[in-house]
Design a protein. Structure first.
Length: 319
């Protein structure tokens, strides 16, 4: 079957998903409707805001549906009336009941930001960096009732570099998944894709991020803390408290400390960074944000506030 003849439903919510929808539109595929989560309050004024996916769909004059759930008979009847050949789900945020998974002729597929089965769950990008993984990627899989457990159709890997943050890896995987998605639709239309069953024994669960992930325990090894600081940039951001001020930690690297101190102790400060002792080793904090300020290279902070970062002081976990 010609891929352009398939009736596609797209379901997604954040910018990561919008990148995938744009790829379908660029490939001239037939998206007959878009599902996204209901508008939610955002910003200081808490005004209702459209999701990134809805903004793109409205821009392209696509029908948009925003049910609070897909579990009701009414929502399922509305979806069935679209007579979709395939439903594509990317970071949608709602559970698809089995009745919904069974509706499209070719089922439902999902673009997931991990080389499955490595990281299943809500935060695979950040958990991969936090764990010190050397590789990540995108998996296009056939959906089933389990959480990210379906057979894998396409896998596209990418290395995780020492400079990667949660933000940079997110953007790269969004582009990688967007490029793979039209390829998967074409393969399904032509019947050329073969699914690979996941090995459940290799799976880890990527827990959803919370603000508590940003709390730093200086008793941990330096390598663990560097990975956490990278993983949780730009959210929830790791933080520490110095002189009763909460400092947000945007970037760090392993330090070659010449002296040892108690965990959280400032060992040295110069234009290259702020060196802090850990449970083993030390980290060099290279980009910080002070209360009310913008993220700055430590060199800029050091020039203006040298006395604030004097060695011997202790940082705590930021609570």
């Amino acid at each position: 079957m010609n891929p352009a003849e398939l009736r596609l439903i797209f379901a997604g919510t954040p910018e990561f998903a919008a990148t995938h929808l744009q790829a379908l539109l660029d490939a001239k595929l037939n998206v007959v409707a878009v599902y996204t989560q209901p508008d939610r309050p955002a910003g200081r004024g808490q005004k209702l805001a459209m999701s990134a996916v809805k903004q793109l769909a409205v821009q392209h004059q696509l029908p948009v549906l925003q049910p609070a759930s897909l579990k009701s008979a009414e929502a399922q009847a509305e979806l069935a009336a679209l007579q979709a050949d395939l439903m594509i789900v990317v970071a949608y945020g709602l559970i698809l009941p089995q009745a919904v998974l069974d509706l499209p002729r070719l089922g439902c597929i999902n673009s997931h930001a991990s080389l499955l089965p490595r990281w299943r769950g809500a935060a695979p990008i950040q958990r991969a960096i936090e764990a010190g993984d050397q590789q990540s990627g995108v998996t296009i899989m056939q959906m089933e009732a389990g959480l990210d457990t379906g057979p894998m159709l396409l896998k596209h890997p990418t290395p995780i570099t020492a400079d990667d943050t949660g933000g940079s890896l997110h953007d790269r995987l969004a582009a990688l998944g967007a490029a793979a998605l039209p390829e998967a639709v074409k393969g399904l239309a032509e019947g050329s894709l073969s699914a690979e069953v996941q090995d459940d024994a290799l799976a880890c669960y990527a827990h959803k991020l919370s603000k508590a992930d940003g709390l730093i325990d200086w008793q941990q090894p330096a390598s663990v803390l560097v990975n956490r600081i990278r993983a949780f940039n730009p959210w929830p951001l790791c933080q520490a408290r110095l002189q009763d001020k909460v400092i947000k930690l945007w970037a760090a690297q392993m330090a070659d400390a010449q002296s040892a101190g108690q965990p959280g102790e400032i060992l040295a400060a110069d234009r290259s960074g702020l060196t802090v002792a850990c449970g083993s080793g030390a980290v060099k904090l290279t980009r910080l944000q002070l209360p009310g300020g913008k993220p700055l290279a430590f060199a800029d902070l050091y020039n203006a506030r040298r006395e604030q970062f004097a060695p011997g002081q202790l940082l705590d976990n930021g609570q």
